[in-house]
Design a binder for this molecule. Structure first.
Ligand code: UDP
Length: 339
């Protein structure tokens, strides 16, 4: 049993990961400022796990608050770092908000918990956004990192660089950056799922709003991409599969199985779906009809993005267990339970 700090543990992927950690017997402390998650989440985590994680409502961009967390909790065996602002469009409008918050949080964690030779294992929430519009598919971890399209994406690129440089220099800090593709789905208990403050911006929750009559029609952003049916291809991965990858990544570091102080690993399904294939799969999974219309491309969208997931299998022994239909049906059921 290890004591793990989960920053952003009240959020969508964070909360599912906390449940997965607790199911493996780990003791979890959450640090979250609740900027994009709701207070009911931590009670739901306790209901699923049968025990409440520690909880600090703190702002990691404030160094003093991170120091106070360390004073109260002492050290941790591992850190999973999710806490970040994550809206691409907002980041274009407010780049400083994103650079300041996301990069300070990462640096403060390192300064407080990974400095002066303190040993620490960290898993960093990264994204396939670091590959930009990729040259080769499926995308392996050896593909070049591209200049990010948005300040949000850039905080992931720079965040990885900071962690890599620090891990190499310190010799005691070991980091796995998990590069997520498109997380979706909800917990099988029906108690956790994606519930942002504000509007949904991702495809599957938006399709769900159309299915439930909350939106009249799905706008399909772009039908002239060089793909099977002209619409964008993405790699959708169930949030519970993603959560499990974090637990395995911590075990991997704890057992010293990593070859390098910093390693990046893709977490996706390994297959790509077009937007129209997603509409079709959703209709089949739920029996509901999804009206859609073709719309102009969304600025900044890459045509096709899907993962080579062989490294995750070889290093972590991870492979996805949930199907696309599981992802779509659980999202539908989750959204229905919200209202
Ligand atoms: N998409 C769409 N209509 C929407 C929302 C998304 O056609 O209302 C498309 C989007 O252009 C992209 C895919 O669905 O090709 C996945 O978008 P999402 O925002 O979920 O994830 P991204 O890969 O952009 O991070």
């Amino acid at each position: 049993m290890a004591k793990i700090l989960v920053t952003g543990g009240n959020g969508y992927i964070g909360s599912h990961t906390v449940v997965a950690l607790q199911a493996c017997g780990h003791r979890v402390v959450i640090a979250d400022n609740l900027c994009n998650s709701k207070t009911y989440v931590k009670e739901r985590i306790a209901r699923i796990s049968g025990s409440a994680p520690g909880f600090y409502q703190i702002d990691l961009a404030d160094l003093r608050q991170v120091q106070q967390l360390a004073e109260q909790e002492g050290g941790f065996d591992g850190i999973i770092h999710f806490a970040a602002h994550l809206f691409v469009e907002e980041s274009v409008a407010k780049p400083l908000k994103y650079y300041s918050n996301n990069l300070k949080a990462t640096m403060h964690l390192l300064e407080v918990f990974a400095n002066d030779g303190q040993p620490i294992n960290m898993v960093f929430s990264s994204s396939c956004t670091v590959y930009g519009n990729p040259d080769k598919l499926p995308i392996s971890e050896n593909e070049p990192i591209k200049e990010a399209v948005s300040p949000y994406g850039n905080t992931k690129v720079i965040g990885e660089q900071i962690l890599r440089d620090h891990a190499v220099a310190s010799g005691q800090c070991r980091v796995v950056a998990l590069r997520y593709f498109n997380p979706t789905g909800a917990h099988e208990s029906g108690l956790l799922g994606e519930d942002p403050i504000g509007h949904h911006t991702h495809l599957v929750p938006i399709i769900t709003e159309v299915a439930r009559g909350k939106r009249p029609v799905l706008k399909v952003f772009g039908a002239d991409y060089p793909t099977r049916d002209g619409t964008c291809v993405r790699d959708y991965i169930h949030v519970c599969d993603l959560a499990r990858a974090h637990v395995l990544a911590l075990d991997y570091l704890a057992q010293g199985r990593n070859e390098h102080p910093f390693e990046a690993i893709n977490i996706g399904s390994g297959t790509g779906q077009t937007v129209l294939e997603m509409v079709d799969a959703y209709q089949k999974a739920t029996g509901l009809s999804i009206p859609y219309e073709l719309a102009p491309r969304r600025p900044g969208d890459a045509g096709a993005v899907y993962a080579d997931i062989r490294l995750a299998n070889a290093t972590l022994g991870w492979e996805p267990k949930f199907s696309l239909s599981d992802m779509l049906l659980s999202t539908y059921q989750w959204e229905k339970s919200l209202s």
